[in-house]
Design a protein around this ligand. Structure first.
Ligand SMILES: O=c1nc[nH]c2c1ncn2[C@H]1C[C@H](O)[C@@H](COP(=O)(O)OP(=O)(O)OP(=O)(O)O)O1
Ligand SMILES: [Mg+2]
Length: 196
């Protein structure tokens, strides 16, 4: 199956290619010269659909949208939908992490609970009235400083109690198996199998 990933994020592309495996060819939207869709939705689901529809419309291919982010309890769910632009400049992970650590300055571990969320939307074509939607959640807490060099985005400050380390310290295959994105993709696969 040929699919376009409706994302400009290289970290997502690498993870989703690995997760989808050999049966799928996942094209980056940049291969088609596509700019990012406007993320105007009020929820992860809406944004995932907006992204996928934009890419399906422009390419004529089935499209996968991934809208994800980090929700921190002590910040009432922020950065949430705005995770990628938390510090102002879209996609500046270093600035986003700096701001997050500043906002949580002095907050003890017990109150630093957080979760990564990922919503995937698969549209068979731009006017698909019945997109497949899957969501995955990964529970953890925010560290006081960066740990590890793997992954992308907020991974260096996301501690996973189940693994005993940060997301950036996990081998890629373990992160993929247990992450919000890995869980969402497993659900999407199950739905695909049912639809066929
Ligand atoms: O596994 C992850 N590990 C660390 N950070 C992560 C992860 N998954 C999402 N994130 C962060 C990155 C970004 O700050 C935001 C997603 O924002 P989001 O708009 O969905 O993605 P994006 O703007 O980077 O690319 P695009 O919209 O083109 O798909 O959450
Ligand atoms: Mg985005």
């Amino acid at each position: 199956m040929r699919l376009v990933l409706a994302s400009g994020n290289a970290g997502k592309l690498a993870e989703l290619r690995e997760l989808l495996g050999a049966g799928f060819t996942l094209h980056a939207q940049s291969e088609f010269g596509l700019a990012d869709a406007e993320e105007t939705g009020a929820s992860f689901i809406e944004n995932a659909i907006l992204k996928a529809r934009h890419a399906a419309r422009a390419t004529g291919l089935p499209a996968l949208g991934d809208d994800s982010g980090l929700c921190v309890d002590a910040l009432d769910g922020a950065p949430g939908l705005y995770s990628a632009r938390y510090a102002g400049t879209h996609g500046d992970s270093e600035a986003n992490i700096d701001k997050l650590l500043r906002e949580l300055d002095g907050v003890p571990d017990a109150e630093r609970s957080a979760r990564f969320v990922c919503v995937l939307a698969l549209l068979r074509h731009a006017d698909d009235p019945l997109p497949l939607i899957a969501q995955g959640i990964w529970e953890g807490r925010i560290l006081h400083a960066r740990q590890g060099r793997g992954g992308f985005g907020y991974d260096p400050v996301f501690f996973s109690p189940a693994h005993g380390c940060s997301a950036a310290e996990l081998p890629a295959d373990i992160k993929n198996r247990d992450s919000h994105r890995g869980r969402a993709l497993a659900q999407l696969r199950a739905q695909l199998a049912l639809r066929r």
